[in-house]
Each structure stands twice: as C-alpha cells, then as structure tokens.
Design a protein around this ligand. Structure first.
Ligand code: BTN
Length: 262
C-alpha cells in the first residue's frame, strides 16, 4: 500500500512538547537499518535525542538476530540516539517498553501490553518491538533505541506463521491510523518515561507490572543456553525478570542473556 501518511520531519516536530527526544528528526526514504544510521549519529554527543525514521529498511533487524521486515510506508521504523543515557541496561529496556506501551495506549478495545523484554502486544499479538543497542567501542551512556510499530498492515501482510502472532494498529482499531500522530505520541512518551526512570525506577517497574502479560503467570525461558520455568513475580530494575522457579528458589534473568520460550 503506498503511504498516504508519509512521514515528514517538520510535521513530527511541529509543537512537539519535548526537550530531549525528537529535538532533531531525520526521515529517510529507505535505509539499511535506522539503528545503523542512528549509531553513526551517536558518535557526536550533541545528537542526544535525535530520532531517525525510515519509510523502508532493507536490513531491519530484531532481537536475537531476527529479521524485522516491513513494506514501505506500513510501519513506524525509528531509532532514537541517546548519547547521555544514565540508566542501567535493564531499567532502560523497561522504560522503553513502558514508553511504547503507554504511548500506543488504548487501541480499539485493548490497552497495549508488554511481553518482557521488548514485545508490545495488542489483543495478545505483537504490534511493536524494541531493539536497544550499544556498540562495544561506544562511550558509556551511548546507545540507540530502535522501535518498530506495525501500523497499516492488514492480516494478509503477515505470512501464515506470523498471522496468529502479529497484528497492527489498523487491524486492532479497524481504522487507518496516522503514523505522524503515533510517532509523536511515542516520542513524547519516551521522553516522559526516561525522565521518570532517572528519578524513580519504582514508578517504571510499577507501570511495567500494570501492563505486563506475564506477571503472575508461568514463564519458560532460556538463559545462557539453560532452560528455566517458573511463575513471574516481578521485574527488577537492575537484574531483569524475576521468576519463582518451579525447581525452587527465586532467580532473576537479565534481558541481554534471556530468550522467552513461552
Ligand atoms: C524485536 O522485536 O525483536 C525488535 C524489533 C525492532 C525493530 C526496529 S525497526 C527500527 C529499528 N531498526 C532496526 O533495524 N530495528 C529496529
């Protein structure tokens, strides 16, 4: 579908009530991955808060080396440059998930929810994903937050395997969303939650708990090539997901080393 709501940096920035995130906005028609572009911009400390959008990515990626595919104009594909990040990796990841879920808010009948660590769900299906990256050579405090949000996809856009698991804002709202409006809400929400996280990590974990689909439920996961199962009893801003293990005891799982099985 050709984009009817083409992204325009001036429209995204117009009256955007943020001091940090979205101070500068760049829109690419096509690029490999907005995370790669953002990581180049991140070499300059002054680019803190700059956001790269693309209508299309030729090598979009997700967590665990997965491909993140989206046809031109269907999604929000963006990466936020953070050169002055003061949050630990776990808290940053939680704050980003909370930002995207609250930024999307209620769509149709459903409030966007969080499947730890980085999946945002609507109606139990994935509508958005987040990929936080920093390079080993990067200075402390430098990272890129990549966000992909399915906007205009119809059910047919997803292959047979993805169809039961993926959705879009348009599918859930039964209307056609305006990507500029969604993008502005995401940036505003990210600014808010990064600020909250710096002052009060508890406020972030409380909001995470309110939006989590896993809290109080059984979770199976892989951590450093070992499988674990247990009841999710919370999330820790430094150590990650907290499980009451079936095998006994409580253990915390950092996002960088963990893959959810179910
Ligand atoms: C995931 O769910 O595995 C994370 C997906 C993150 C996708 C976004 S799209 C914009 C940015 N550029 C990328 O190559 N990936 C992220």
């Amino acid at each position: 579908m050709p984009p009817t709501d083409q992204l325009d940096p001036d429209k995204i920035k117009a009256n955007l009530n943020t001091r940090r995130i979205g101070r500068q906005v760049v829109v690419y028609s096509s690029t490999s991955s907005t995370n790669d572009v953002a990581s180049e911009y991140a070499r300059n400390t002054d680019n803190d808060g700059l956001v790269i959008f693309a209508e299309e990515q030729t090598a979009g990626r997700g967590r665990g080396g997965n491909i993140w595919h989206s046809y031109r104009g269907e999604s929000i594909l963006c990466s936020v440059v953070l050169t002055r990040n003061r949050l630990d990796a776990e808290l940053l990841s939680l704050a980003c998930a909370v930002s995207v879920a609250t930024g999307l808010g209620k769509v149709g009948a459903d409030q966007a929810s969080i499947k730890w660590p980085n999946d945002i769900l609507l109606n139990g299906k994935k509508v958005a994903g987040i990929l936080v990256e920093s390079k080993s050579g990067d200075r402390a405090g430098v990272c890129v937050v990549g966000i992909g949000v399915n906007c205009h996809q119809t059910r047919d856009c997803f292959g047979a395997e993805l169809r039961p698991k993926a959705t879009s804002i348009d599918i859930e709202s039964r209307t056609v969303c305006d990507r500029t409006t969604v993008a502005r809400r995401l940036l505003t929400s990210l600014e808010h939650w990064l600020e909250v996280a710096e002052k009060d990590s508890r406020a972030v974990t409380d909001q995470w708990s309110a939006l989590s689909v896993q809290l109080g439920h059984r979770v199976r996961l892989n951590c450093d090539r070992q499988e674990f199962a247990g009841n999710c009893i919370g999330v820790d801003p430094q150590e990650g997901l907290v499980l009451q293990l079936d095998a006994g005891g409580v253990r915390m799982f950092p996002a960088a080393h963990t893959t959810i099985i179910k």
